[in-house]
Design a protein around this ligand. Structure first.
Ligand code: 6R9
Length: 657
């Protein structure tokens, strides 16, 4: 993440701590003002409230099994099915209510009621089962945002198979890596899809991956491009519609899964290191996302909700598919980049569908900001009642723009901090309960025990930056397969002793600072460091200095050694196009800010202006690529980026330096 950062030095100064109280009347069941205290008093039994959000085949009697800590097992004696909770249980009360409204890039619309969702996901479940997929097997999905993706995830959950969703934009190598890591027994992909107006041949890409794997796993191909794009199917490849037509009407009973059985695999983004296979367990995960979909996003049955996240990101799993559908909401699913084809598209989607709750990334808000307020201003946004952000820190300026021009100073903003590993939101204000502080994610959710510690694991007082950690387990936490325990233990857990029973601390990998009220401001990833001379500098602190310069919106600091000496380089984006004189002035101001705030040794060797930074699909700066450019090393073409086209441009800009 190299994006605009809240400057914790300023933001934690009491004078700057303006609180924003916003009246909010909750539509889902109200939350008590003292919900945090209650959860604390009754921990861990308090989490039975989350389990109570779900329908169980066998309701859990035990809350938590900590006998193999830190590999905690939630609701260990409970049994349930996730698809049944997201689909079947709504049939009685709202089978004709819209579950998913899909808006394609070319103006197409497809509506699925809960009844439709049941019919389609059951047909696909029958199909997969007939293709040899059984309980515990893994199915990989390489699909863009099409309704078949949530349908496919629910089909897997129905038969107790695990899904492994991979971003459609990944190159064959990245797909191969992620299929191998989970020993995938089937693949669901599509003929192609549109990317900013161009048709991308997805089938050719997945064929290349399968060839590299020497694999003939059954492959189901969704037809997105229609007659304009005919594909040839080999013996192990099937047309989605042909298959589904055969199985529509076949009844498939939801398989009863232990709460501790895995629900899916997902890979972490790997901005600095390699992507890692992560796993979530059925009961704890579903309880956590469903409870937070209510507590944080106020999703009630029938709430119209739009989250711009790609389904392949954890945000898509938890808050496009499982949480909202388990709550019986109406989910708007917009294909592709909301930025394309027209700057009015996001606001038209909100206007047309009467979106009440809107969840996006700070990067997206920054784009809206660059385009200007006239676009949202031209549309009716009166349906909106709550806004959210996720993925990286949102700076106070971006926050205020979002609050004013999208939320019309009427909608609270939830700045939700969480991770692939945490499964659901950890830090956020609760609308209708808490006041907001722009730039700070917020206090921990009820039941969450978050602290900021130093190198030795000692808890730090308010105002002192350190490592963000979680000291008690929570239901939607990572539930790695046993074969992953070894590295997961080394990577995420630290044992500690104090007078309480819990003795494991989860290391989030983020640096953060808490204030006197327990509100946490995220500084950035702790592992994104550069080494200059013998000093290790966190890129987060460097980038906070860079973006403190007026006009700079995003920045990434990377180290590179040209002739044996390591130097610091800055890549930055500006709010508007700048002329040469302007740039020279900004360049100087950036160098001064770094020298002044971090140290003279942090003066960069060069500041390169670029229209965008290379980003993962979840909006995080891909440092690996910038390092390769700086060190003149060959660029990997499998790097999974949201904006791969920017890499060549940055390389050219860099060569000119
Ligand atoms: C959900 C998700 C996790 C990392 C996390 C942190 C950053 C996420 C944030 C945020 C500041 C927020 N992050 N939300 N930073 N404020 N509201 O993003 O999962 O892709 O695994 O990334 O994202 O650095 O550690 P994931």
């Amino acid at each position: 993440m190299g994006n605009e950062r809240p400057d914790w030095r300023l933001e934690t100064a009491p004078a700057r701590r303006r609180r924003q109280p916003v009246a909010f009347s909750r539509e889902a069941e109200p939350l008590a003002k003292d919900c945090r205290e209650r959860f604390d008093r009754e921990w861990p039994d308090c989490w039975m409230a989350a389990a109570a959000e779900l329908d169980w085949h066998e309701p859990p009697e035990a809350v938590l099994d900590d006998s193999d800590a830190p590999f905690y097992r939630w609701f260990p004696d409970g049994r349930l099915n996730a698809a049944e909770n997201c689909v079947d249980r709504h049939l009685e009360d709202r089978k004709n209510q819209l579950a998913i409204r899909w808006e394609g890039k070319r103006g197409e619309k497809r509506d699925y009621t809960y009844h439709d969702l049941h019919r389609e996901s059951t047909a696909l479940a029958a199909t997969l089962r007939d293709l040899g997929v059984s309980e515990g097997d893994v199915v990989t999905f390489a699909l863009p945002t099409l309704p078949e993706l949530p349908i496919g995830m629910l089909a897997c959950a129905r038969i107790g198979a695990l899904h492994n969703v991979v971003f459609a934009g990944f190159a064959p190598d990245a797909l191969v890596e992620r299929m191998t890591a989970v020993d995938s027994s089937a693949l669901v992909t599509c003929d192609g899809y549109y990317r900013d107006g161009l048709a991308i041949d997805q089938k050719r890409k997945t064929d290349a991956a399968l060839a590299a794997l020497e694999s003939t796993v059954p492959t189901v191909v969704v037809d997105r491009l229609g007659a304009s794009h005919e594909v040839e199917l080999e013996a192990h490849q099937y047309d989605y519609d042909d298959l589904i037509d055969q199985y529509r009407g076949t009844d498939v009973e939801p398989v009863s899964r232990a709460a501790t059985d895995p629900l899916f695999h997902i890979h972490t983004s790997g901005t600095t290191g390699e992507p890692q296979r992560m796993t979530h367990a059925t009961g704890g995960y579903l309880a956590g996302v469903t409870w937070s979909a209510r507590a944080v996003f106020d999703l009630a049955p029938g709430t119209t909700y739009w989250c711009t996240a790609d389904v392949g990101w954890i945000t898509g799993h938890s808050y496009v598919v499982y949480g909202p559908l388990a709550r019986g909401a109406t989910v708007v699913l917009a294909e592709g980049n909301p930025r394309y084809p027209a700057r009015h598209r996001p606001w038209k989607i909100i206007e047309r569908n009467g979106v009440e709750v809107f969840y996006t990334t700070p990067g997206m808000v920054r784009t809206f900001m660059k385009w200007g307020e006239s676009f949202p201003a031209a549309h009716d946004k009166s349906s909106l009642r709550l806004l959210g952000t996720v993925g990286e820190p949102i700076g106070p300026d971006t926050w205020k723009w979002y609050y004013t021009h999208v939320g019309e100073e009427r909608c609270p903003i939830v700045d939700t901090w969480w991770q692939t590993e945490t499964g659901s939101v950890v830090l956020s204000t609760l609308p209708g309960v808490d006041e907001m502080k722009p730039g700070a994610a917020g206090p921990p959710l009820p039941g969450m025990d978050v602290s900021v510690v130093d190198d030795e694991g000692r808890e730090l007082p308010p105002g002192e930056p350190g490592y963000l950690t979680i000291e008690r387990p929570w239901p939607s936490m990572l539930a790695p397969l046993e074969s992953d325990h070894y590295w997961v233990l080394a990577e995420y857990w630290q044992e500690f002793s104090d007078d309480r029973a819990d003795s494991w601390r989860y290391i989030t990998g983020d640096r953060a600072v808490a204030d006197e009220d327990g509100y946490v401001t995220i500084i950035g990833r702790a592992d994104e460091v550069v080494t200059i001379g013998n000093r290790r500098l966190g890129t987060a602190e460097l980038e906070a200095a860079i973006t403190s310069v007026e006009g700079v919106t995003e920045a990434a600091a990377v180290a590179g050694s040209a002739d044996g000496d390591t130097d610091l380089y800055v890549f930055a984006t500006t709010a508007q196009e700048r002329d040469t004189r302007d740039r020279a002035a900004i360049r100087e101001a950036v160098a001064d800010a770094m020298a002044e705030r971090v140290g003279e040794f942090a003066r960069p060797a060069a500041v390169v202006f670029t229209p965008e930074l290379p980003e993962t699909h979840s909006g995080k700066t891909m440092y690996r690529i910038l390092e390769r450019i700086v060190e003149d090393r060959p660029l990997e073409d499998s790097a999974p980026l949201r904006n791969p086209e920017i890499v060549g441009e940055i390389a050219t800009l860099w060569a000119r330096e």
